[in-house]
Ligand binder design. Structure first.
Ligand code: NAP
Length: 439
């Protein structure tokens, strides 16, 4: 009879409390499935005195995360405190150095220090599992690291931030502005008081950097991810997308191109018929294009205590089974350097919304500037001001929205054409540009 795996948990918040509960509730199933009992023997958090709806009788309270990580009675250290630095970093490092296995849900820490920690795990023989760090309950890390071990990956992309998808879904369904939806998301607890980390794309960038490393064997480097958030998206973009057969999503995209690997986070038009376009509200999804197989899309809850705990407990069960996978799917020394791909060299289709001045020759000028850059159009929609004004007179000429969808071209060409159009003074304001991702 193998002795139970002794688990120490640092952090008893939204996720930590659910992990303690799930291990207790599913203890029999866990031991049947992993061939060994799993027991929480010690925990810690910032405040021992805090009231928690958890039964911690019979479980030791460690005086600090570091003390818990160094406790010889703990086999597996579970870090659920969060933060890209201390105390999580030193505690995980201490646990790994003493030969323990580590499970964490901390994307910020893995995106920043993942390689250093993976090196320590390799050197000392423990596991470093972080399934919950990307997409919470969606088993995307395992899919890339193990399920697709024998399949090359050409592209991995997804909706990795529920807050942004919730806001874009509400904007699309209710015609509301970004600011209105953000306020509602904050009221409902889907967005933080300071929403920048989510809506400006940085949360998605951390997760994408982790996925890209697993997919392409590159070093995790958040600094190599191009990032753009969703605050510039207007309801008219979502209406136009709908009419043209697209939806707008904040995507994280990592893709192998002839010029290298691109990692980018930005609002993206996706065909309405694609799997990713069906994903609404706070739900997350990841699509993986593997060589020689149709795309695989995984959809599920990307946040929440229970959903995240599901992945954390599965990682703990792997430790109990004795699985010690290389954290990034191959030895750290084999991971290749990656630099930020220059977005001006990005190639793809583009949605462009211009406010064209109602002057003779405007359409011809725009067409000429696009043609000079060898940009061809898949569609063009022009909305004329309708009807008469309040006095019954025909409406005065005013800027008219013109929406263009281009065939594949380079970002450089698009911006050169738009700069020329602006110099020609045939449009007012700044053009809106959204990249298109085809499935
Ligand atoms: N929540 C989600 O939906 C979700 C989804 C995916 C991944 N994650 C990740 O899971 C991790 C935990 O998130 P969470 O939402 O559970 O956070 P949380 O609710 O804020 O809980 C954090 C816990 O860590 C403890 N803690 C914080 N600083 C500490 C310190 N210096 N020393 C000891 N304990 C400390 C807190 O103690 P007190 O209770 O005493 O304050 C609390 O119990 C994060 O890395 C997060 O990114 C969360």
């Amino acid at each position: 009879m193998v002795a139970p795996l002794r688990v120490g948990i640092a952090g008893l918040g939204t996720v930590g409390a659910e992990v303690v509960r799930l291990i207790e509730e599913q203890s029999r199933m866990l031991s049947e499935r992993s061939g060994r009992g799993v027991r929480v023997v010690a925990v810690t958090a910032r405040s021992k005195a805090k009231k928690r709806s958890l039964d911690l009788r019979g479980i030791d309270w460690a005086k600090s995360p570091l003390a818990l990580a160094s406790d010889p009675n703990v086999d597996c250290f579970v870090e659920l405190m969060g933060g890209s630095g201390e105390p999580a970093l030193s505690a995980i490092e201490a646990a790994l150095k003493s030969g323990k296995s580590v499970v964490t849900a901390n994307k910020a820490l893995i995106a920043r220090h993942g390689l250093r920690l993976a090196k320590a795990a390799e050197k000392h023989g423990g596991a470093l599992n972080f399934e919950a760090a990307v997409g919470a309950a969606i088993p995307v890390i395992k899919t890339l690291r193990e399920g697709l071990c024998g399949t090359g990956v050409n592209r991995v992309y997804g909706i990795l931030n529920g807050t942004c998808n919730y806001i874009l879904t509400r904007m699309e369904h209710e015609g509301l502005s970004f600011a209105e939806c953000l306020k509602d998301a904050q009221r409902l607890g889907y967005a933080e008081a300071n929403p920048s980390f989510d809506v400006d794309g940085h949360d998605t960038a951390q997760k994408l950097a982790i996925l890209a490393s697993l997919a392409f064997g590159t070093k995790v480097a958040q600094s190599a991810v191009y990032v753009e958030g969703i605050s510039s998206i207007a309801p008219e973009d979502l209406r136009a997308a709908e009419e043209l057969g697209y939806r707008v999503k904040l995507l994280g995209v990592a893709v192998r191109t002839a010029k290298g690997i691109e990692q980018r986070v930005h609002p993206t038009m996706v065909p309405k018929s694609s799997s990713i376009a069906q994903v609404m509200g706070v739900t997350n999804a990841v699509t993986i294009d593997g060589e020689g197989i149709p795309a695989i899309t995984l959809v599920g809850p990307g946040a929440g205590g229970a959903a995240t705990a599901s992945a954390v407990v599965a990682d703990i069960a792997d430790v109990a089974r004795g699985i010690r996978a290389k954290p990034f799917g191959r030895p750290v020394e084999r991971l290749r350097d990656i630099t930020k791909a220059p977005m001006e060299r990005h190639e793809g289709g583009y949605y462009i919304r211009l406010m064209a001045r109602d002057l003779a020759g405007t359409a011809a000028t725009i067409a000429t500037r696009l043609a000079e850059q060898k940009i061809s159009l898949e569609s063009i929609v022009q909305r004329h001001p309708e009807g008469v004004d309040a006095n019954g007179a025909a409406k005065k000429p005013s800027p008219v929205p013109v929406i263009l969808i281009t065939y594949a071209t380079s970002e450089d060409a698009v911006y050169r054409a738009l700069e020329a159009v602006q110099r020609d003074k045939v449009i007012s304001g700044r053009p809106q540009v959204i990249r298109i991702e085809k499935n």
